[in-house]
Design a protein around this ligand. Structure first.
Ligand code: UD1
Length: 434
């Protein structure tokens, strides 16, 4: 199992190119099931999660071909023939979002058997909304022995569906299935995360009829088939926000390129309040902080988009560990998403957690220690803290990090961070999907 070692060594200076968004890429990959023509995804991140899903798509008979490096990374999907609609537990358990192949398989072939995603480290995270919505579209669903068996003997049929609360996964899943349903589907209380907009626009490029993109009501007029085409994955706002926090933590000046800062204003507004300079550029943003000035503690509460992203909560908490004052961080999306707090405390942070709320009292200094990554975004928060901790911070279980951050050591190292990977035997981690 690899680990990452960081030595706190002062400010960062340099430039970091932001990769394509993991959370968009994996949904776009699932959308390739919907067409018998080729779909070329450019700006593709190369991550453990995209690898997991690629393997699952191959299991259905889809040819997956990766090409290029760095900014030119692309993957071609050829789902001319779907030879199997079976997604086994062993592949689905590695990444919860792979459950989202159910709807596309059902829409394309009329049947699918997909394992339930199983346990996850961040709260309960059921898939009831997904199943209810597909049932509303006419799917006949049975749950047996940990599997969802679904058939749509007469094809999927459009319906009006109002989600009881906002779910990113359920919105995307139902949207994909509805593109090939007969008639009109209206999705109310839909999530409007930018990755959903990216997916919807790609589907429109493929010939889907979707109105209300980026709003909380999506209207989908079903079509009989979708075309292939080429689509560039939207930049990863969570990766961008994570490096923005890293730069703010260490101080210095870091330029984030190939990115869309307007997608993370809920974070950058809080950073500015805390005393960080955030300067928009043509293709991203410069994050700047005088390392001799201490940041000011500010409060945040996670919300659905465009609110403060839950996937940036751990990174912001790391930033607040050395700010002046007390920061109150409220987690509204996932129960139990404070597993990084005890790890940050091992580095000397002062944090108390009660009922969905963390109180972070800024300390003058953190001190390096061995810590353990508990989920994807939590692991990057430990790297961020390690950038200013005195001495060595060794982060174990970095397979969590590899699920969503491409070449992290290289990107931070290029800005002067003292960070390196210590190789260990390969591990396939259980999915947490962040
Ligand atoms: C997606 C993102 C994840 C992000 C999250 C919230 C991907 C691969 N993952 O996760 O990075 O943190 O959105 O922005 O895109 N819920 C139910 N029943 C359901 C579905 C969800 O109760 O059927 C609950 C969840 O437990 C959670 C809340 O709804 O408390 C929101 O979850 P959801 O928006 O669905 O998150 P994901 O799509 O899993």
């Amino acid at each position: 199992m690899d680990s990452i070692t960081v030595h706190g060594n002062g400010p960062l200076y340099g430039s970091i190119p932001v990769s394509g968004a993991k959370n968009s890429a994996i949904k776009l990959m699932a959308a390739s099931i919907l067409t018998d023509q080729t779909l070329l995804l450019t700006n593709m991140p190369r991550l453990a999660d995209t690898k997991f899903l690629g393997r699952l798509l191959q299991q259905f008979g889809i040819a997956v071909t990766e090409n290029g490096h760095g900014a030119d990374q692309e993957t071609l999907f050829d789902a001319r023939e779907i030879t199997s609609s079976f997604a086994p537990y062993d592949l689905v358990r590695q990444m919860r979002a792979s459950f989202n192949v159910l709807g596309p398989l059902l829409a394309r072939t009329g049947r699918a058997k997909v394992s339930l995603p199983g346990g996850c480290t961040i709260g309960a995270r059921p898939v009831d909304l997904h199943i209810d919505a597909l049932t509303r579209l006419g799917a006949v669903i049975e749950l047996e022995e940990g599997y969802v068996s679904a058939t749509a003997p007469r094809g999927l049929i459009g319906a009006e569906i109002e989600f009881p609360f906002v779910s990113v996964g359920a919105t995307e899943h139902t949207l994909m299935a509805a593109t090939l349903a007969r008639g009109t589907t209206v999705l109310k209380r839909a999530a409007r995360e930018p990755e959903i907009g990216d997916l919807a626009r790609c589907l429109v490029m493929m010939g889907a009829k979707i109105e209300g993109i980026d709003t909380d009501t999506l209207t989908i007029e079903g079509v009989t088939s979708l075309n292939g085409g080429e689509w560039s994955v939207i930049p990863d706002r969570i990766e961008m926000g994570s490096y923005a926090c890293a730069a703010a933590m260490a101080g210095g000046e870091v330029r984030l390129t190939r990115s869309r800062p307007e997608l993370i204003t809920a974070l950058t507004d809080r950073m500015v309040e805390a005393g960080v300079e955030v300067i928009p550029t043509e293709d991203g943003v410069i994050v700047k902080r005088d390392p001799s000035q201490r940041l000011k503690a500010v409060n945040v509460a996670t919300e659905v988009y465009p609110g403060f992203a839950t996937d940036l909560q751990a990174q912001f908490m790391a930033l607040m560990t050395t700010a002046d004052g007390v920061s109150v961080i409220h987690e509204n999306i996932f129960e139990n998403r404070f597993m990084h707090a005890p790890e940050l405390m091992r580095l000397g942070a002062e944090i108390s957690v009660h009922a969905g709320e963390a109180h972070v009292t800024g300390v003058e200094k953190l001190k390096g220690a061995p810590v353990m990554a508990t989920d994807l975004r939590a692991s990057v928060s430990l790297v961020i803290a390690g950038l200013v901790a005195e001495g060595e911070t060794n982060i174990g279980r970095v397979y969590h990090l590899d699920r969503g951050f491409e070449r992290l050591e290289e990107k931070l190292g290029a800005c002067g961070a003292d960070i390196r990977r210590v190789k260990g035997p390969p591990v396939e981690g259980p999915g947490d999907d962040h």
